[in-house]
Ligand binder design. Sequence first.
Ligand code: PLP
Length: 294
Amino acid sequence: RIAYFNGEYLPESRVVLPFRDRGFLYGDGVFDTTRTFGHRLFKVKEHIDRLYRSLRYLRLDPGLSPAEMAGITEAVLERNRHLLGPDEDYWVSQRVSRGPSRIDGEEPVQAGPTVIVECTPLPLRERAGLYRDGIRVVVPSNRRTPPDALTPRAKTTNYLNMIVADQEVTALDPGAWAVLLDMNGNLAEGRGSNIFLVRKGELLTPGSRYVLPGISRETVIELAAELETPCREADLDLYDAYNADEAFLTSTSLCICPVRSINGVRIGGEAVFGPVTRRLVDAYVRLVGCDFVG
Ligand code: PLP
C-alpha cells in the first residue's frame, strides 16, 4: 500500500522513522483514525477536527492545515482504493509525532514533526461474530488516566494504560474486551471504544470530560435525538452496568456492537440486540449505507 510520509507518497516499506523520533522515544504524538464505508471516507472532517484539538493540547504543529490533512487523507485512500475487494474497507489514520529529538552536537535526521497518513484493511470478517454473540466486557484492575494527568479527550499515542488493561482482560478471558473505570470508579471507555447503557428506554453514557469524544459516540447521540430516544451523560458505576437493560460499545470500526455480559453478568434478555440498540443500529446502517451487522 501507499502511505503519505512527510510530503511524499511512498510504498509503506519505505516509511522508516529515525530511532530518535520522539513518537518512538516518548510516545510524543497524536493520531486519529477514520474508516471507509463502501470505499468512501466517513466523517473525515470530524476526525481531522479531533486530531487538531489533540495536536493543540500537545502544542504540536504538524505544519499542515486541517484542509491539507483532509486532502492528504483522501489522496491516500485514492491511491489504495483499487486494492479493496467489494466487501472490504479501510481504516485511514493520520499520525503526527514531534519528530526526531535533537541531541547536542548531533544533527537531527529531519527537523520538525513526522506526519504519516496510512490505510489498513478493516478486520470485518474476523469481527462478524461480535454482532452475532455480543461482546463480553471485562473491567480490568487499572484505571483510565486522570484528566489532569493526561486528558483522555486527546487521542495521544500513549495507550499504555489501556494496553495493560487489554493484556489483563485477555489473560482472564480471551476474546473479551476491556472497559476501564475512571478514577472515581465510574465506567470510562476501552482502548478504542465508548460505552452506552440503556435503562428504562433512556441512553446513558459516561461524561465527555473522562473519555475520548468518540465520533461514533457522537453519531449515536445524534441518531438518538432523531429517533427521539432520550440520551444523557451520567456517572455510571458497576451497579448501573449490571442492572442495565441493554449495553453496547461504539467505535469507528464497530459502529455499534451489543454487549452480552459485563464481568460475567449477563446484560439484557435472550436477544443479543435489545430494542433500543436495534433501532439505533438500523439508523446507523441507513446513515452509513452499509449493513455492518451482516
Ligand atoms: N476511546 C478511545 C480511547 C479510542 O481510542 C477510541 C477510538 O478512536 C474511541 C474511544 C472511539 O472513538 P471513535 O468512535 O471516534 O472511533
